[in-house]
Design a protein around this ligand. Structure first.
Ligand SMILES: Nc1ncnc2c1ncn2[C@@H]1O[C@H](COP(=O)(O)OP(=O)(O)OP(=O)(O)O)[C@@H](O)[C@H]1O
Length: 347
């Protein structure tokens, strides 16, 4: 006859997939009730938004229904209290960057070159390859990730921690989500550092292969302040092909080098355009900028992204290109960039 003891024994093999420990050892199984083949129990999760909760419940059901005299299993979901969490994990294991393998900070020499567009579509490209990906919009001048991804929600708070908003398979947080909407914010150094520390340290990022960070544009303090606040971040530098843009990018690269922040590679955006009347790409903004920088600094050029009206449409409609048309020519370029990044920064 199944009893409380045999139920506990059976569930012992079920682990929390993010913490890799038995649910029993974590104290997550409680209020077990057994009667005439019915098992009722509560599962206390680290967060109610746990992305794996259905999978955990399915595994509990499976192991219990394998017991000879269990016919029905009812699982009630609750969460661990703040005190329980603190006791279990003096430092919560899913908060901050503890379980983030790689941080990619997307930077640019100046504004408007397509840094956010690149950050969003590269993040989606990495997610499409099966990676767990977060996106942090740390652009103090104008956080535009919420608009590009059509997000209006504020993050939920639980036990004093922020839970990233989930969309298109990404875990997303934006400076725009923690400021009062419609109120302009003047970000100065200490305020920037504080806000970034909060976004990094108080958010339940969980287990991530990549956290893509949209840095503030330009060679000024904010991009360095933000990049410095993120331990182990490597930079993806976005440029456009024309000579006048290169001076700013050079300054930006020099600055990152000076602060010992590693640069992974370059992305050239708005490289060419197909007008529809000819097969020949038109290089509206000149050519060769990305290659030139690549040679000068010994950095790989990870991709050349064309001017594509679908990118603009995607940016305005809240549905980015990598969701609208992942297999279009430009979509395949982003897929290729994601593959190259995975080749350079492997787990
Ligand atoms: N390759 C492209 N083809 C067509 N439109 C593009 C392309 N790249 C960016 N855009 C458009 O250009 C505008 C600026 O892009 P984006 O916001 O990504 O630039 P940014 O460098 O992040 O700007 P900021 O410096 O303000 O943060 C957006 O409307 C975007 O849709």
């Amino acid at each position: 006859m199944a009893d409380k003891q045999s139920i506990l024994e059976a569930i012992k093999v079920v682990q929390d997939p993010e913490l890799n420990k038995s649910l029993i050892d974590l104290g997550m199984i409680r209020d077990i009730f057994v009667e005439k083949g019915l098992v009722r129990l509560s599962l206390a999760l680290t967060t109610s938004k746990c992305p794996k909760k259905e999978a955990i419940v399915a595994e509990i059901r499976q192991v219990l229904q394998n017991l000879p005299d269990v016919s029905k299993v009812e699982v009630k979901l609750t969460t661990l209290t703040k005190e329980e969490l603190r006791k279990l994990f003096p430092e919560h294991p899913l908060v901050g960057l503890n379980r983030v393998r790689h941080v990619l900070a997307v930077a640019s020499g100046k504004g408007g070159v397509g840094k956010t567009t690149a950050a969003v579509n590269v993040a989606l490209g990495l997610a499409a390859k099966g990676n767990r990906v977060g996106l942090l919009d740390a652009d103090v001048y104008g956080p535009s990730v919420p608009v590009m991804l059509g997000l209006n929600d504020s993050p939920d708070w639980e036990n004093g921690m922020m839970i990233p908003v989930e969309k298109f398979g990404l875990r997303i947080m934006s400076l725009g989500m923690i400021t009062d909407k419609g109120k302009p914010v003047v970000w100065r150094g200490p305020l920037v550092s504080k806000a970034i520390r909060q976004l990094l340290g108080q958010v339940l990022w969980g287990d991530l292969d990549y956290l893509v960070v949209d840095l503030p544009p330009g060679t000024g303090d904010p991009s360095i302040t933000v990049a410095q606040a993120i331990p182990g971040a490597t930079v993806l530098m976005v440029t456009t092909p024309q000579e006048v843009a290169l001076a700013d990018v050079r300054r930006s690269i020099d600055l990152f080098n000076k602060f010992n922040i590693g640069i992974l590679g370059l992305l050239e955006n708005m490289s060419y355009f197909f007008c529809g009347h000819s097969e020949k790409p038109i290089e509206i903004f000149g050519q060769g900028g990305g290659e030139k920088l690549s040679k000068e600094f010994g950095l790989p050029l990870l991709g050349k992204i064309p001017i594509d009206l679908e990118i603009g449409k995607g940016g305005d409609s809240g549905v980015p290109l990598m969701i609208l048309a992942p297999d279009s020519e430009t979509g395949r370029i982003f897929q290729n960039i994601a593959e190259k990044i995975m080749g350079v920064v492997r787990n």
